[in-house]
Design a protein around this ligand. Structure first.
Ligand SMILES: [Fe+2]
Length: 186
């Protein structure tokens, strides 16, 4: 499973609260800003929505993902993965103009031998998720797109599979990425 939508009654309020309290620099500049989850604990709609599925203590990281207009985010795998999914929640301008794509590599061996920590690749637990290296940026010619979705409601998606975001619109697009320490059933 690469992605699936998650039932979260009242999730629309998360965007309103976060956007209102977000420093202007996060709205204007593209990037992935990672924050201590304690900072977001003040956002009651977010804490309430998370508590449907797991305790707040299981949240390892909450990040603001900001994608400028007409920008392709590089194809990458995330790093420091403890749970191979991120819960993404729309914050601002999350329309069908922005697309998240997933890719498979054409030659998996190339990445295991060239870029991975051998010990990590041999770990059974790691192989159950994916044998690609973490925190790697892939060239377009090394991958092919296998699936995509538009983030218009809370969605769980794989962060250990190469992915990218393309904002074809004329406005900045903001979402939240919530990461977890241990497995959560959504
Ligand atoms: Fe990512």
């Amino acid at each position: 499973m690469l992605y699936k939508t998650v039932e979260m009654p009242g999730w629309e309020k998360i965007g309103e609260v976060v956007y209102k309290n977000l420093p202007e620099e996060y709205k204007l500049h593209g990037g992935f800003r990672s924050h201590d989850p304690a900072l977001f604990q003040k956002c009651k709609p977010l804490v309430d929505c998370i508590s449907i599925y797991t305790s707040w203590n299981n949240v390892s990281d909450v990040a603001v993902v900001s994608v400028p207009p007409n920008k392709l985010w590089p194809i990458h795998t995330d790093w420091k993965i403890t749970f191979p999914f991120s819960l993404n929640i729309p914050i601002y301008n999350c329309t069908t103009e922005t697309r998240t794509s997933f890719y498979k590599v054409k030659d998996q061996e190339k990445f295991i031998t060239k870029h991975s920590d051998k010990k990590k690749v041999e770990s059974k637990e790691y192989l159950e998720y994916n044998s690609l290296p973490e925190g790697h940026v892939f060239e377009l010619e090394d991958v092919e797109e296998i699936d995509s979705y538009h983030l218009t409601e809370p969605t769980l998606y794989r962060i250990d599979v190469p992915h990218s975001i393309f904002n074809s619109g004329s406005q900045q697009r903001l979402s939240l990425s919530v990461r977890f320490r241990e497995w959560v059933e959504f």
